[in-house]
Design a protein. Structure first.
Length: 116
């Protein structure tokens, strides 16, 4: 599978609702062919939980918790927005304890190429 990396757009997303609304336009199916996984986000302050089911180049978005996510990403809402907007590196967020990843680290690494 040949993966394509595309630069993040310069548009700043200011809320979780804006991020969710932009997911379809930021989705790159060519970067997740053959991938079947459920990504879940648990955000705090304000609290917001949602998940995305990826299935071989397609995705569906769901509000609330997944029954069996393959990966759960936990952080504060402001940290999440910084990560999405490219204002914070995920590695720094993990090392400083601002981001917690439960589940497959390899799936976490793919996320930045799926939603750009």
């Amino acid at each position: 599978m040949s993966e394509i990396t595309i630069e993040k757009p310069k548009v700043i997303l200011n809320s979780v609702e804006e991020v969710i609304a932009s997911m379809e336009s930021r989705f790159h199916p060519e970067n997740c062919k053959g991938l079947v996984a459920t990504y879940q986000w648990q955000l705090k302050g304000p609290d917001h939980t949602f998940h995305v089911a990826i299935n071989d180049g397609t995705f569906t978005l769901h509000q609330g918790a997944a029954e069996k996510p393959d990966i759960t990403i936990e952080c504060a809402t402001d940290v999440y927005l910084k990560l999405v907007n490219g204002q914070m590196k995920d590695v720094i967020a993990v090392v400083t304890g601002k981001l917690r990843v439960r589940g497959s680290i390899s799936l976490a690494q793919k996320l930045g190429r799926i939603f750009i």
